[in-house]
Structure formats: C-alpha cells, structure tokens
Design a protein around this ligand. Structure first.
Ligand code: DGJ
Length: 695
C-alpha cells in the first residue's frame, strides 16, 4: 500500500517505498507540511509522527509556522525563506494565499489540490512512489483559472531534510572538460545554490544535492535531484537553528512566465531519496531507479562504439571514414559513428550548421555507400547531429533568420560561431523532425549522437521558451524514437553539458566529457557515478598524448578507465601501431566478457582519490564481480596496499582468474593483493580482476 490516508488524522497521508516512509498533511491554514521522511515506519508509528509537536515545534525540529517544513513554501504571508512558488496577480498583487481544496490518491500517487480563489490560481502538488524504488517523485501543476497570473518561480517542490547536528552536502560542479567534480563540505548556514542559466543542464553544476553526514558505505543520506535538461535552480537552506530544506525547480532567477486564464504550467519531477549506507548505497539506489524508471532500454547491453571526431576533426571524407571503419571492425567495435563535418558546407566550425544533407563535395553520391560498408563490416551505423543550432553562414539561417533565439533591437551573440534555434516554435520542431526522420530512414541509422554546443544568449521572444525549448527537444527525441524503434540516442552537449534524469529518459547513453585524459576522467566519472549508472556513461579510449591535456598515459590504463562505463574508442586508429591495435583488440574482447557486470551491476567505489592515488571501482552482478583498480603514481609509502572489496556474500566463495578461491569475508576484510596496488614500478598501473561466486 504505497500511499495511504493516516487514520485518526484528517488530511494526512503516508507514502511508503520499500525502505522509506514520507508523511505529510494539509493543515487548516492551507499549508502542506512534512511530518516525517526517513526509514520505513509501521502504520502505528506513522500515526505517532503525524501531528507530533514538541513544545510548539514539530517533532522533526521545525517551528509550526516555519516555511522550511512546507512542501511548497509560497511567496506570501509569514514566510521569509526561499519561495518555491512566487506569483504576481492582476494589478501587481503579490502574496499567494493557498487553501486546501481536495485530495485524490490511488496506489502510488497522491494529488493535492490547493486554491487561491481570490485571484484564480490552482496548484496541484503531485507525489508518486514505486514499489521497487525508494525514490519519491514530486512535481507541481499551476493553473490560472480566472485571471492572468505571472509566475516568477514554480519549483517542483521543497524537501525538508530532518535535522542533523552537522549537515554535510555533496554535489558536483565543474566546467567544460572538467565536468562533475565532486564537492563536499559542511552545509553553511544560509542559502547554498547550484544553478544553470545556460538553457541546458550545464557543465558548471548538475541538478542534484545530497545532505547527510556519511561515509562511502555508512550513514544516512538525503538526496534531491531534478529531472530537467534546461536551466534550473536548486537551493539548500540551512537556518541557524538547524532546519534544512532543499527547493528545486526549472528556470532561473529573473524569468517571468505568464499564464492566461485557462493555461497551466507543469514542472518536471524533483526526486527525493533517503538511504542508509552512505554515498555508496545512495548511488546504487539512484542507479536502480534509473534502470527501472528512467532509461528507455535499461537491460540492453551497450555496444562498443567507435567515434571519428578526434581522428579526423572536421576533415571527414568517405575514404577516411572507411579506413577508420575497417580498423575499428578489426578491433571488435560494434557501432561506428561519423562525427561532425559530414554535412552542408561544414569544413570547419564557421559554416554549415543547419544544412543537414551530406556535403556534396565530400559525399557526392550521399552517404549510403559508407553506411552500407559499415554494416558489411559487421557494425551498426551512427551519425552526429546538432539539431538545435545554426551557423549564420548557412542556407537555413539565410532562409529563416527569425528562427533563432533573439530579442528585437538586441545583438545576436554567437558562440562557437553558432546561434540557437528556438525549439519552442512549432515550425522549427517540424523542420527538425523532418530531416532527422529522413536521415534515420534513408540511411537506416541505428544511432544519433545529438550534440548541443552552446548556451543561450538573448533568449527571446518570451521567457516561456526557456521551458518550451527543452520540451521541444524532448518531443522530437520522443517522436524519433517512436518512429524508429531501433534508434538509440547519445546525449552530448560540448561533452557532459546535458546529463540529467530528464535527458536519460529519452537517450541511451551520455557523452560524459570531451576530456578523455584517463587520469582526469577518473574524477569526472566518480562525480557522474553518484547519481547516474555506468551503463549510460560513454567513455572513449583516445590517443596519447591526450589532445586536451597533452598527458601521456599507457593504453592499458586508458582502456581500464574507459571500461568502467560504456566502452568506446575515439583515437586515430590510422596511426596506432600493430602492437597497439592488437592490445586494443584484446582489451575490447575482455570488456565484452565483463560488460554485463559493469553496465548492469551494483557499483562500489573502493576508496582513494580517483586519478590522484590508488583507487578502484567494483561491480557486482549475479554471480560475477569485476574490479578495476588503478595506481596512477608510484608511491612506496602510501597505504593501503590491499584492496578491500565490498558488497560480497561473506560466507560465499569467489574464484579469481588464477583459479584461487577466496571467502567473501576474506576479500572484504583482509583484501585482495591486486598487482598494481601491491608492487611498485612504473606510473599508471592498473588491473582488471574478475571473480566468480562458486555455486
Ligand atoms: C562537441 C562534442 O563533445 C565532441 O565529441 C564533438 O562531437 C564535437 N562537439 C563536434 O563538433
């Protein structure tokens, strides 16, 4: 019984997930408040927490009139925190006054209707739980009923975090080629905001935060994530008296969304999760949620991919691609993707975006022959596209200069020499669907790499496009998938600029970062792994020295880092030696053996600073255990030398690749002497260890 009314308490409900309980009520004064969010409670205990106040305070530590206890604190009345809903009514009137109207609940879902009758605003708070995940989904619909309403803020909800003596936050922030860097520290008193104003999820932060005081495998962690791929804002407030709440929603400060009478705005879901078992257990619960409720093809094994970008850059020719395809096929690659530079007049980044037909000089007869050859070589065929963009030097822009984001009388600033098409416009969406559908059909494509390489500027003609653009992109991806059932999509945004649960709902894999330096990738992948599953994390092995950092890293280490996700190759195979090609083929064959474990397994981050010192990641799936261990720098004095595994059955016995058998307890408490950790020698040592549980 996932959502139930609490007996003896009017307008009070409890939502149960397998391991957690959430108790809320609609109070007399119209506020919807949270009484409990934590480990699962039996019915008798639910009745105890609901309505329990201690000395004028909620049992959870909140003052009764404290807006931090509310699920949707509005801008109005005795509230001074960060509003989750801010509206301006006719005549410039502010101060929202909601009263409870009605509730509907079915198994798994609760909808609470609140009204501000004087000015005609209807707000529905939605809550949904699943019987196989501890993630709670909450979102909001606001409707202007009688008069116009201007919304300055409409978050998906606020999440009160039960009190903690010393709350610690964990989030990720970064930059291009330095995405998802973990940041962790005491949550300061005040307001800590992670946000994106770019129109995309962004490289600079990712829409989630965790609050707790936990270690990797112990301690309670509260997490909130937003399933949205446009601009967003997430603020964690901590009052000096100790209360903590997180409000999260789409858009960013300064936008105004106008609703005419009868119009509604529905937010994307904000997701809440409480777990015991540290950041490790939290991550595994998020990964499970992604596989059960987000990814479109979660049980599919991701093919080993080759991408031509770093081999040819814009110098794309049929012969050049075929040469790479032949080598890739010999290595065991299963999907060949032609990157940027194949279309219109696109010979560099100054022209051609928007003209989505094969470059007539480079492919005078189109690309059918190339893709047929790719298929004859036994690989699937993929193509890079950047459908939301246009170069001013393109036929498309010359024909439709009004299709880009712009305000009258304002400059149109380019970035990477391109402008952003406004996907909130139906004719833009129709145009995009037309050529994407044709390309997918004509070339029988298996895969699009959907790129998005710049942030919004001069984003007119109205503020609703910040939402409409993202929804437009979602709609085209959804329609394409519906028309081409076999089509798989990779989300890319100048590297990892658009990774989130909204995008993962309609894509199969994400490009994690343009930074393919194995050392720096380790930290990027660690940050990614806190929320998103390894099976969707695209990782390529590229050339050495690395084109971005100039660092030289041995091929084995590069492979072992990329094997921690969905493996791909992106180097210039034409320049790899016979020895390198043979080694690469062996790594790819080894990866194919272990990929179900990596892509579907439970992930354990086994300590250390990835890329900075000894570290390892471990995956457990069915009866197999895969460990990828890294030791980037030789340091004879640096403990630990043994690798303690996690998540095994203590009594079970596990056989290693040399035929030796170990008890789970031994591996977890005494540890494994992996060669790269145990012996000293060169820098950049790494190991792949596979263990199989004995029947
Ligand atoms: C940015 C992507 O992250 C790269 O992988 C590549 O596709 C380029 N765009 C192409 O312009």
């Amino acid at each position: 019984m996932p959502v139930v009314a609490v007996e003896g308490r009017p307008r009070t409900w409890a939502a149960h997930t397998p391991s957690s309980t959430y108790v809320l009520s609609a109070e007399e004064d119209g506020r919807v408040v949270q009484w409990y969010w934590g480990p699962r409670l039996p019915a008798a205990a639910v009745a105890e927490v609901a309505g329990d106040r201690v000395s004028g305070r909620f049992a959870s530590g909140f003052r009764p009139d404290d807006d931090l206890v509310e699920l949707l604190p509005v801008d109005g009345g005795r509230r001074w925190g960060v509003p989750s809903l801010q509206a301006v009514y006719e005549g410039g009137v502010r101060s929202v006054e909601l009263t409870f109207d009605s509730a509907e609940f079915t198994a798994g879902r609760l909808d609470l209707v609140l009204l501000d009758p004087e000015y005609g605003l209807r707000v529905v708070l939605h809550l949904r739980v699943h019987d196989d995940s501890d993630v709670i989904e909450r979102w909001v619909t606001a409707t202007a009923t009688t008069g116009p309403v201007r919304l300055l803020r409409l978050d998906s909800g606020s999440w009160p975090v039960p009190e903690r003596a010393d709350p610690v936050y964990l989030g990720v922030a970064g930059d291009w080629a330095l995405e998802t860097q973990p940041h962790r520290g005491p949550l300061p008193v005040g307001e800590t905001t992670f946000t994106s104003r770019t129109g995309t999820t962004s490289h600079t932060a990712n829409p989630w935060i965790m609050i707790g005081d936990a270690g990797e495998e112990h301690g309670r962690v509260y997490g909130v994530a937003l399933a949205w791929s446009g601009s967003w804002r997430l603020t964690a407030q901590r009052r000096a008296e100790g209360e903590v709440a997180i409000t999260a929603g789409f858009g960013h400060d300064g936008l105004a969304w106008d609703l005419a009478p009868g119009e509604s705005l529905e937010t994307p879901p904000a997701l809440g999760l409480v777990t015991d078992g540290g950041y490790g257990a939290a991550g595994r619960a998020w990964h499970d949620y992604a596989r059960r409720h987000v990814l479109p093809h979660p049980r599919e094994v991701r093919p080993v991919l080759y991408n031509s970008w770093e081999a040819t850059w814009f110098d794309v020719t049929e012969d050049g691609q075929l040469g790479l395809a032949r080598r890739a096929a010999e290595l065991g690659v299963e999907l060949f993707v032609v990157d940027d530079g194949w279309f219109g007049g696109r010979v560099d980044d100054r022209r051609g975006l928007g003209d989505w037909w094969p470059n007539p000089e480079r492919f005078p007869d189109g690309m059918r022959r190339l893709f047929d050859e790719v298929r004859k070589l036994g690989m699937r065929a993929g193509l890079w596209v950047e459908p939301e963009m246009v170069n001013p030097d393109s036929d498309l822009y010359r024909a439709h200069p009004d299709w880009v984001l712009h305000w009258p009388g304002r400059r149109r600033d380019t970035a990477r020499n391109q402008l952003v098409l406004n996907y909130a416009r139906p004719e833009v969406r129709e145009w995009a669907l037309g050529w994407l559908d044709r390309l997918a059909g004509d070339y029988r494509l298996d895969y699009f790499k959907w790129d998005m390489n710049r942030s919004f500027t001069q984003a007119g003609p109205d503020d609703l496009l910040w939402i409409g653009h993202t929804r437009g992109v979602y709609a085209i991806m959804d329609e394409l998938r519906a028309r081409h059932r076999g089509l798989r999509i990779e989300s890319c945004s100048g590297g990892g600029g658009r990774i989130d649960f909204g995008m993962l709902r309609r894509t199969d894999v994400v490009w994690t970062s343009d930074n393919t330096d194995a050392l720096e990738r380790q930290r990027i992948q660690q940050g990614y792994s806190h929320l998103y599953p390894a099976g969707a994390m695209s990782c390529w092995v590229t050339d050495s020295p690395n084109p971005i950092t100039g660092r030289r890293v041995p091929l084995r280490y590069r492979f072992h880092v990329a094997m921690a996700g969905a493996l791909g190759v992106g180097g210039n195979l034409g320049e790899w030696t016979a020895g390198e090609l043979a080694e690469a083929a062996a790594h790819i064959a080894a990866y194919k053996e272990i990929r179900p474990v990596v892509q579907q397994g439970r992930l354990y981050r086994l300590g250390g600073r990835p890329g900075g010192e000894r570290s390892a990641v471990q995956y457990v799936h069915e009866d197999r255990v895969v460990v990828l261990a890294y030791n980037p720098f030789t340091d004879r004095r640096q403990a630990p030398w043994r690798l303690r595994l996690a998540g095994l059955e203590p009594e079970a016995r596990y056989r290693d690749g040399d035929g030796r058998v170990w008890h789970g307890t031994t591996l977890m408490e005494h540890g494994l002497a992996v060669p790269s950790w145990w012996s000293s020698g060169d820098d950049y040592r790494s190991d792949l260890v596979v263990l199989t549980r004995e029947p």
